[in-house]
Design a binder for this molecule. Structure first.
Ligand code: Q46
Ligand code: ZN
Ligand code: ZN
Length: 299
């Protein structure tokens, strides 16, 4: 006899471990969307009238974020940044287009066309993921700022957050630990950043994509191989298996204790980038410095 959904007669589609229950696809989707709504309310991520830019990578997390925000009635538009990483980026863009069709307007920015080189093609001592992150963050923030969006939503889920916090704890990166969370408030030219999937596990996001028929790029970026965050994810998954609730309790505990790290924040004066006007520690911001910009990027 198949196990039944906790709320109806239909067969179960997923077993949730924390809280423990079996749900059919419809009741699981309802549970998932309610959880996103609660996250938005609990952490005061959005007001109903705010314009949201969802950064869609072609993967599951951002596609699910866009889908659920739209379903909850928010006014969204999407931005895909094509990183110029060969076949991987080509496929990612195709998925992003497919995911946004009929859902929301999609804007596309291609790093190679914009900056002359794709991610992974720059000769530098800086690790690829480090300047990739810097480039992505700069582009989506600038795009949102120039186009008057109130918030930028990304698809980070509970597993991403828990592994990021653990990795930074292992290295005692207190500067990072002081600034994480579901909401990074906007300030000046920095647009507010929100993570609506903050309390949902990767497994739940995969299940939601499956239940709602969202297709996504399953391949990992070729530069992700060997990333230590993947190791931390697997450690946390083992712990979660033995003690359900480990990840959410770890992340919530961190949010309660974040003040301890804030006390360590180094105060430094931020000036203005002489090229683009963004906040900068030196004469130019890190993006303009890395890409050797002498004029402002036009998106
Ligand atoms: S940072 Fe690194 Fe990712 Fe950029 S280079 Fe690929 S793995 S895409 S999330
Ligand atoms: Zn049901
Ligand atoms: Zn700059």
């Amino acid at each position: 006899m198949p196990v039944k959904c906790r709320f109806c007669e239909r067969p179960a589609f997923i077993k949730l471990h924390y809280p423990k229950m079996y749900l059919c696809p419809e009741h699981f989707m309802e549970y998932f969307e309610r959880k996103v709504k609660r996250t938005i309310e609990r952490y005061k991520l959005l007001r109903p009238d705010e314009r949201v830019l969802v950064v869609v990578s072609g993967g599951k997390d951002s596609a699910v974020t866009a889908h659920v925000l739209k379903k909850l009635g928010y006014s969204i538009e999407c931005l895909h940044i094509n990183l110029g990483i060969g076949e991987y980026s080509k496929k990612s863009e195709e998925y992003a287009k497919r995911q946004c069709r009929g859902l929301a307007p999609l804007h596309i920015v291609r790093v190679k066309e914009l900056l002359g080189k794709g991610i992974g093609e720059v000769r530098t001592r800086r690790p690829t993921c480090s300047y990739c992150g810097l480039t992505k963050r700069y582009i989506f923030n600038k795009f949102a700022y120039d186009n008057g969006f109130d918030a930028i939503a990304t698809g980070h889920n509970l597993d991403d957050e828990a592994s990021f916090i653990l990795a930074n704890l292992m290295n005692w990166n207190t500067q990072y630990l002081a600034k994480q969370g579901p909401l990074l408030p906007g300030e000046g030219r920095f647009v507010k950043k929100i993570k609506p999937l903050y309390e949902l596990t990767e497994r739940e996001v995969v299940a939601y994509a499956l239940a709602s028929g969202i297709e996504y790029h399953m391949e990992e970026c070729p530069h992700a191989a060997g990333a230590t965050t993947l190791e931390y994810k697997s450690i946390l998954n083992d712990m979660e298996e033995k003690r359900p609730g480990t990840k959410i309790n770890f992340v919530k505990g961190y949010l309660r204790k974040k003040k301890l790290f804030e006390a360590e924040l180094e105060e430094y004066e931020l000036g203005k980038c002489s090229v683009c006007g963004m906040p900068a520690q030196g004469e130019r911001c890190s993006f303009c410095r890395f890409w050797g910009r002498s004029e402002e990027l036009k998106l």
